[in-house]
Design a protein. Structure first.
Ligand code: TXA
Ligand code: MG
Length: 324
């Protein structure tokens, strides 16, 4: 279908499209999502089509508040409730056994559903107007960098969707942290915007499952994902790479440090060394670099702590496409 893609802040318009089983890009605090009625197979199939997303990859179901969890999840361990009570609305997704009301296409045939309460005023108001939850993956073509502002969505999906609900730039800028429960034990499926330090305050012994690349329980765990088109190298020693690639046009994304290249080809994520600021700017920096006429994007490893772990996780997957 070819649409004239409009961008605006009109939640009534967004609600009208969604109620007619069309798909709409919505803002969240993490990244923009490509939303559809999670209970309607036809609407959800349009999300897979617009994203060119493989049908084995399940979608997160966005709900308006904690009272909705039991509408869609068949069993909710006490600890899952405690996590939602502590961190929702916020960048936390919890995978729980699903109820039949959630169609198989939404969960890619899995018997579990991923639930999240996004922390963005526009999307929360939108959810409050609807009598169904919203299935929404990140609003990027499959495998590409997630969008953190309406313009990123427009550039990637114009013509494919009728409406982009513009909620400004995303505050956290990294996808939600995904946790699964099996036999009452919590497993970390995807590092994300809810920093590991905060999570460990509630679950000190959480088990990591994020590096299992060949059998992706959660396809955000796919080895290669989140990639720009321009070659990306990740390193602790940017100076060495600069010397090795003297013949190439280079862009650099650094955490805090400056490098001797043209200022329009250098993005310093946080001159003050603030990890949250850096996370909120990371994807915009990748989008920016990917649009420049350069041969190579060099990216510094972020500090290996708290949300820096999630940033390095994404960067490693982004670089994996280019590692032979
Ligand atoms: O921050 C976010 O989580 C954003 C915003 C829009 O909410 N969404 C997002 O969705 O990142 P997506 O589809 O790009 O990533 C969702 C991840 C995928 O790795 C998917 O495989 C996993 O969650 N997932 C979703 N439902 C699942 C399920 N039932 N079982 C296992 N993994 C699931
Ligand atoms: Mg995604």
């Amino acid at each position: 279908m070819n649409f004239e893609t409009l961008t605006g802040k009109d939640i009534h318009k967004a609600a009208a499209y969604l109620s007619a089983n069309e798909i709409v890009a919505i803002p969240t605090e993490t990244v923009y999502g490509l939303a559809a009625n999670a209970l309607n197979e036809q609407a959800v199939s349009k999300v897979f089509a617009a994203k060119k997303r493989p049908f084995y990859n399940p979608l997160i179901v966005h709900i308006k508040d904690i009272y909705e969890v039991e509408k869609y999840a068949a069993e909710v361990p006490e600890l899952a409730f405690q996590l939602f009570e502590t961190f929702a609305p916020g960048p936390l997704t919890i995978i729980l056994p699903k109820k039949d009301i959630i169609p198989d296409i939404t969960t890619a045939g899995k018997q579990d559903v991923a639930l999240r309460i996004p922390n963005h005023p526009l999307s929360l108001s939108l959810l409050a107007m609807l009598d169904f939850p919203l299935a929404a993956p990140s609003a990027n073509p499959f495998g590409y960098i997630s969008p953190t502002c309406a313009d990123h969505v427009y550039k990637q999906l114009k013509g494919k969707i009728p409406y982009i609900l513009d909620g400004g730039p995303c505050n956290s800028g990294l996808e939600s942290t995904v946790i699964a429960f099996r036999e009452n034990k919590a497993y970390l499926h995807r590092l994300g915007a809810l920093g590991i330090d905060k999570l460990k305050k509630i679950i000190p012994d959480i088990t990591y499952e994020t590096k299992v690349d060949n059998a992706p329980v959660s396809p955000g765990m796919l080895k290669q994902h989140y990639s720009p088109n321009t070659r990306l190298l990740l390193s602790d020693n940017i100076e060495k790479l600069l010397i090795e690639h003297l013949d190439k046009k280079i862009g650099i994304i650094s955490f805090q440090k400056s490098y001797p290249i043209d200022s329009d080809k250098l993005v310093i994520l946080s001159p003050d060394g603030d990890l949250n600021e850096a996370a909120s700017k990371l994807y915009a920096a990748l989008h920016y670099m990917d649009a420049l006429d350069i041969d190579l994007i060099l990216v510094e490893y972020m500090p290996d702590e708290d949300i820096g772990l999630a940033m390095n996780d994404r960067l490693e997957r982004a670089a994996a496409k280019f590692v032979k």
